[in-house]
Design a binder for this molecule. Structure first.
Ligand code: ARG
Length: 576
């Protein structure tokens, strides 16, 4: 076990039991990073209060029973009862050496019976992806990579919006424009123009609107000709999504698209089940569920509409069928919906209905991994100067082009430059979404995400390139660095200690479905490495043992960074 916080937690817990008895075995030792030591244990504060002894005294009693021989070389009680813990240099060095031979870099495997469905990306047929989708895609893909690295069984589900009322209008418009002309238009990937044109027809021509509505019904009842026309739209969209996913290195495949239409045959059955159970009732002609606790501004219960009064099923019906399928058929133990904050109430209602129906039990969990808004400089939804939605491909192209300018002076070989610019631009774009808490909204800003310093993709990529260049100059392979690690300077110690936290960072991101913890950790690694690099000569180190140790620290930092960036889905160029 390499994680210092875990080791200390175990020791402090044992001391609490030794000092106050087995009834306190479950008390959280509250190990936190400390300003005055490496870590501090705060357990004495709540414990003292509950025992009615001054916390300082409780802390002293814990310390009297604390066995950290060989682990810490200083233990102090401070302030109202904090226990400050300073690790021994030798322990830190030994643990870092151990990490060097650990294939998993200190990341323990999770319970393999965990089966997680991650619903992310949320693309729609005949619509372009926007920055919100990009964020849900990038964050979801990182979550998936992290969970798989832990050995959990992961089902990717993109919940492709390929069903529902707009398709009547889109099919009618396809017919009107002529199938060939429509296909040609769609092949350009300009779905927005296509969609808007269909919408304009729908809004301005009653006969068209009537036909569109009828077409929804014929499509949903399985009419072959309608299905064929619908497939034209689906195929064009899949082509477009493939392009985007490939360029961004998103791990979603065709098999993961989990289209809404897949649930179509289950909708009637789901409605019947809920109605029979009394969970859904007819209200104003529609079949609705009223899960408790959801009221509108007027104080009235909000319905989850399962079947409209005209018999049509909608988005909520599909999500209800999907959650039943995921829990009952797939037997998932955890559901993670990586979806925008504006759908919070919808998803909470779906979860509540699933609980009422007995699909979601204590054996499983469902969580909404909320994605905040990406805004323009004006604080509003990101738009182009003329007010349209920004095209994702344009956004990617611009990030890559700007990245090219950032690294321009370093490369004469155009092919190499282009390759690095692609990695840096896309890395910056993706990392911009991963480095901030996924719930918070943030301002889209090329300059900030492409900066070579600070918590950015390029900064982390640059750290790896720097380490590689050390090995290149020495004519050595990082995989051959064997250490052992020793601590002879503060910067070495800081780097080694930081690297020991990799497992914790990965686990934390997995538990919370928040990749930014891992991103923040990698930033710490890059920062402590930078200080180390500035303060500690590696190849020029006079002592052979010190040189070997520093090379080992470099190799370890490289592996942690490359593995960690891989888990976030960030490309890592060999040079920069
Ligand atoms: N297609 C939806 C949208 O663009 C997102 C789907 C999210 N997933 C879900 N199961 N509802 O808003």
């Amino acid at each position: 076990m390499a994680d210092p916080q875990e080791v200390l937690a175990e020791r402090v817990s044992a001391a609490v039991v030794a000092a106050f008895g087995a009834s306190h075995a479950g008390a959280d030792p509250l190990i936190r990073p400390s300003q005055f030591a490496d870590f501090q244990a705060n357990v004495a504060l709540p414990l003292g209060k509950s025992l009615g002894v001054p916390p300082r005294q409780a802390a002293e009693q814990i310390v009297a029973h604390l066995d950290v021989a060989g682990i810490c070389d200083r233990v102090e009680v401070s302030g109202p009862g904090f226990i400050n813990l300073t690790l021994a240099d030798r322990w830190v060095a030994t643990q870092a050496s151990g990490l060097l031979t650990d294939e998993r870099l200190g990341v323990a495997l999770a319970d393999p019976s965990m089966k997680v469905v991650v619903d992310y990306s949320g693309p729609n047929v005949a619509k372009e992806l926007h920055v919100g989708h990009l964020r849900a895609t990038v964050v979801g893909d990182a979550i998936v990579r992290i969970l798989e690295f832990l050995g959990q069984t992961v089902v990717r589900a993109a919940h492709l919006g390929d069903w529902g009322t707009p398709f009547g209008m889109l099919i009618e418009y396809t017919l009107e424009a002529g199938e060939e002309a429509a296909s040609a238009k769609l092949a350009t990937g300009d779905f927005t123009a296509f969609y808007q044109a269909a919408r304009a027809r729908f809004d301005s021509d009653e006969a068209f609107a009537e036909r569109a509505k009828r077409r929804v019904a014929t499509l949903q009842s399985g009419d072959p000709e309608s299905l064929r026309l619908w497939q034209v739209l689906v195929n064009a969209s899949m082509e477009y999504l493939h392009q985007i996913y490939a360029r961004l290195d998103i791990t979603l495949t065709d098999a993961d698209m989990d289209p809404e239409s897949f649930y179509n045959p289950m909708l009637a059955d789901v409605c019947a089940e809920l109605q029979d159970a009394g969970i859904a009732v007819i209200s104003e002609g529609a079949l609705c569920a009223f899960p408790p606790g959801f009221t509108g501004r007027d104080g009235k219960p909000v319905p989850l509409i399962l079947r409209k009064s005209d018999g049509a099923y909608g988005y909520a019906t599909t999500d209800t069928a999907a959650i039943r399928y995921r829990l009952v058929d797939l037997k998932a133990t955890r559901l993670i919906y990586v979806v925008g904050s504006e759908q919070a109430q919808h998803l909470q209602m779906v979860f509540a209905v699933a609980r009422e129906a007995g699909w979601l039990t204590d054996q499983a969990s469902a969580e909404h991994a909320v994605i905040g808004l990406v805004t323009g400089a004006d604080g509003k939804r990101l738009k182009t100067r003329t007010g349209e939605q920004v095209k994702l491909m344009t956004l990617i192209d611009e990030a890559v082009e700007r990245a090219g300018r950032v690294i321009a002076d370093r490369y004469d070989n155009p092919a190499q430059r282009e390759q690095i610019a692609e990695a840096v631009g896309i890395g910056a774009l993706k990392y911009g979404d991963l480095s901030v808490a996924r719930e918070s909204s943030y301002t889209f800003d090329y300059d900030r995400m492409l900066a070579l310093t600070g918590n950015t993709g390029p900064y982390l990529q640059y750290a790896t390139a720097r380490i590689r260049s050390i090995f290149r100059r020495a004519g050595l392979d990082p995989a051959g660095a064997a250490g052992p690690v020793q601590v002879t300077a503060e910067a070495e110690r800081a780097l080694a200690l930081t690297l020991l936290g990799f497992g914790r960072a990965v686990q934390q991101s997995a538990q919370t479905a928040e990749p930014h913890h891992l991103a923040g950790f990698l930033f710490d690694v890059a920062s402590t490495f930078t200080t180390f690099y500035e303060e500690c000569p590696v190849l020029q180190a006079e002592d052979q043992g010190v040189r070997d140790s520093r090379l080992a620290l470099c190799a370890l930092a490289l592996r942690v960074l490359v593995t960690g960036l891989g888990l976030l889905g960030i490309p890592v160029p060999e040079r920069m």
